[in-house]
Design a binder for this molecule. Structure first.
Ligand code: S3P
Length: 172
């Protein structure tokens, strides 16, 4: 970045399975910046896994916790931050992200999302019903909002390294 312009945290948004964590980790390695996974920070703060926060306290409590954790992270030094898939859907969390970071939507097709989330049980939203139908419904509801991110990078079946390079080129 030009002298005098501070580097800005990059927040990756998008659906479960879009590759936010894998791509973010590689971007951070390239930049020499820290990588932070918001879900991991929420789990640390709550002392409970995501599925337990949902089942014991409900999704609203999870979103409140997510917002607080994101606010703390966004106040800190520049880093690459993988947001949980629902973070950008919360009006207040989205406002924080937009004010303090460059947001990038990792956009992926349904088939990619289905394949990449298959067999994982740590995502409460995919643990009931047909995951394909759930993801399809989430795509419909969320894609218009994800589109409000500063930048959009469409990911195919390419490697996370390839996508990380695309995102780095987009934010440069
Ligand atoms: C959620 C996505 C998850 C996690 C929680 C809710 C969502 O994060 O925050 O299960 O609402 O899409 P990942 O997108 O990292 O799986």
């Amino acid at each position: 970045a030009p002298a005098g312009i501070p580097p800005r945290t990059v927040v990756l948004v998008g659906l479960m399975g879009a590759g936010k964590s894998c791509v973010g980790r590689r971007m951070a390695a390239r930049l020499g910046w820290p990588f932070v996974d918001a879900d991991d920070e929420i789990v640390k703060a709550a002392g409970l896994c995501v599925a337990d926060i949902f089942s014991l306290y409900g999704e609203t409590a999870f979103r409140d916790c997510e917002r607080k954790v994101m606010a703390r992270l966004l106040d800190g030094p520049p880093h690459v931050l993988a947001a949980g898939g629902g973070a950008f859907m919360d009006d207040r969390t989205r406002a924080l992200i937009r004010a303090r970071a460059t947001s990038v939507w990792l956009r992926a097709d349904l088939e990619i999302l289905v394949a990449r989330t298959a067999g994982r049980t740590h995502r409460p939203l995919l643990n009931t019903g047909d995951p394909r139908e759930t993801l399809r419904a989430l795509m419909e509801r969320r894609y218009p909002v994800y589109a409000l991110a500063d930048l959009t990078v469409t990911t195919g079946p390419d490697s996370a390294d390839h996508t990380a390079n695309q995102v780095l080129a987009a934010v440069a």
